[in-house]
Design a protein around this ligand. Sequence first.
Ligand code: NAP
Length: 642
Amino acid sequence: MSIDARALAEPVPGTPPDREALTAAMQHANLPALVPVLHQLTGDRRWLAEPYRPTRSRGMDDNDLGGFPDDVQAEIRTAAVDAVLEWAGGRPAAVPTPTGDGLLELLRLAVGEDVPAEYEAMTAEDMGFRPPEPAHRVPEGTAFRVIVIGAGVSGMLASIRLTEAGIDHVVLEKNDDVGGTWLENAYPGAGVDTPSHLYSYSFAPRQWSTHFGKRDEVLAYLRDVADAHDLRTVIRFGSEVTRAVYDDARQRWTVTTAGGEALEANAVITAVGQLNRPKVPDLPGLGEFTGPLFHSAQWPAGLDVTGKRVAIIGTGASAMQIVPAIAGQAAQVTVFQRSPQWASYNSVYFTGIDEAVSLLMEQVPFYRRWYRTRLAWNFNDRVHPSLQIDPEWEHPERSINAINDAHRRVFTRYVQAELDGRDDLLAKALPDYPPFGKRMLLDNGWYAALRRDDVELVTEPVAAITATGVRGSGGTEVEADVVVLCTGFETHKLLHPMDVRGRDGGSIHDVWGPDDADAHLGISVSGFPNLFLTCGPGTVLGHGGSYITIAECQVRYIVEALTTMAARGLGAVDVSPEAHADYVARQDDAHAAMIWTHPGMRNWYRNAAGRVVCTLPWRIVDYWGMTRHVDWHDFTVEPVRP
Ligand code: NAP
C-alpha cells in the first residue's frame, strides 16, 4: 500500500473478517487496548477484573503483552476473535459509547493505573464516544471573512473548522504546498518523535507505516487531509504575509503580502508556528565558507553527502536525527556540541507497523481508539507532575525532585549502556542538568552513531566558520565540505518577521519586546482585536504529547469566538488588559515552580531574562478545559459599527 492511500475508517459491521487472518493478527495485538474492546463488544464484566487487568506501561513502552501470563494472553486473543466475528456478523456492541464512570473504568483498565476523573470529558470526545458539542454555524451569506496565515498543521485545521462553521475565509501560505514545518524540514532522518497514531488529527486517523512517521509520510498525510477537505481551493500558495494592520474605525484587518496584495477581513488567525524561522547564529566567517552551508530546515534538495566531510553545529532534535541518518554515508561527520542532550530509549522507534496491526485497526471496532488513548495517556500528561520543582529537594544541581532523580538514573543507565567502553564519549555526552530541562529527545541511533570511527564529537563552542570548515573555541580546526547549522529557530520572536499592528497602530513587537511574547490562553493579545493566534506564546508542549491536540483546543475556541461574533453582530472583540495580565501572571507562577525555569541549563523555551515564553505550563487536560468555551467576561466587545 502506498503511503498516500492509508486513510483509516472505523470498522463497520456486516463484512466478517477471515477468522484465520484475524486470529493471526491477534498475535500482534496490544492486549491492554484489547481488554476494553472485549468489554465493549460483549458487555461481560469479567474482562474488567483480574486476571485481565494489564499492568501499567513503564516509561513510553507500548506494553503489548500487558504483563499477562501466556494462558491469559491466549484467552484474551481467542475471546477477541470470537467477539469481533460476532459483532461483524450483526451482534451489536453491548457498550458502544461508554461515558462517565463507565469510560473511566475502561480508561483505568486500559492504562493499568489510576486516571483522574477530570480526563473523562476530553477522552470521551477524542474517542468519539461523546459527540463534540455541535459547532455553531454561521448562516449562509453572512458577511464575515477571516484570513488564516499559514497552511501547516494549525492553519489547515483552522480552515477545516471554518468551513464546517460556514465562515468565509482564505488561507495565505508562503510556500507552494501545505505542510508548513513538514514541508520545509526535508533533512535526512527528519520525522516525528511523538507516536504517529497520536500525532494525527483526532478526526483523520491513518494507517501509519511506522510508529514514528518520517517526514515524507507525515507530509503525505497532511496533503491527503488537505485533499480530503478540499483545502487547496481556499489556500493561496506563494503568498507570504508581511504586514497585518487593524483599522479601529472600520473594525477590519488589512493583510498585505510580499507580492503587494492587500486583503481585508473581519478577523485574522495566525498559524505560523514557533519553529518556522531558522535561527542562524552570528558566527564570524559565516560568509567565508566556500562549500554548502545551510540551516537544517533548509537542506538543499538533492544534496548528497556521500563521501563528504560534514560539520554539524548543534545537538538538538534536528541534529540528533541528521547525524545517524548520514553517518556511514558521509566520509566524516564532526558534531560541534555546546551542551549535551538527554535522550531516552523507545522500543518501537525503529519498528514498522506490522500489516497485522493495521488489520486489527481496520477490523476490530474501538481498537484503534484505545490504542491512541493509551498513547495519549503515556505521552501526554503523565510526566507533568514529575516536572514540578520540589523546594525541599537536596540535589538541585542534578534533578528537581525525587521522581526526576529516578528518571535521571534510568536515562543515565541507558546512556552508560549505549556508550559502554567509551568513557571518553560518556564524559562528553552525559548531561549534568536535570532530565526534561531541555526538550527531551528520543534516541534514534545517536549514541551508536557517536561510537563510529567516522563520527567525532567536539565539545567546544564554535568560535568561527573558516573558508574550509569550522573552528572551535578551544582551537580545534575541522575541515569540512558541508556545514549544517542545526541551531534551532527564532522561538522567542513570535509572529516574526511580520509587522502586526493593532489598535492605534501599535506594533505587537513593541508590546512584546524582542523576546517576551505573551497572550491570553496563548491565543489573544489585548489591544489586537479580532486577532487569534494558534501555537502562540506559552502553548508549545514541553512535557510531551502531541501538538495537534493543542491546536485542536485552540481552533475550537477560536471558531467559537468567530461564530459568536458573526451571530451576535459583534464588530470587535478584544481581550481585556486585566484578563490578559491575569492569565500571564498565572502562567508565569506555574512556570516558576516548573523545571524549565530551573538554573543550570539553556533551553529554547525561556528568554534572555529567564522567563519561559514558549511552553505550556498546564497539563493538556487543563488547557482543554480552559479553551472549552470562550469566557466573554474576559473580552470587551463592540457591536458592528454602521
Ligand atoms: P534546538 O533544539 O534549539 O537545538 C539547537 C542546537 O544548536 C542546540 O544544541 C544548541 O546548543 C545549538 N546551538 C545554538 N546556537 C549555537 C551556537 N551559536 N553555537 C553552537 N551551538 C549552538 O533546535 P532543533 O534541533 O532544530 O530543534 C528545535 C525544536 O524543533 C525541537 O526541540 C523540537 O521541538 C522540534 N523538532 C522536533 C523534531 C522531532 O519531532 N523529532 C525534530 C526536529 C525538531 P545549546 O543546547 O547549548 O543551546
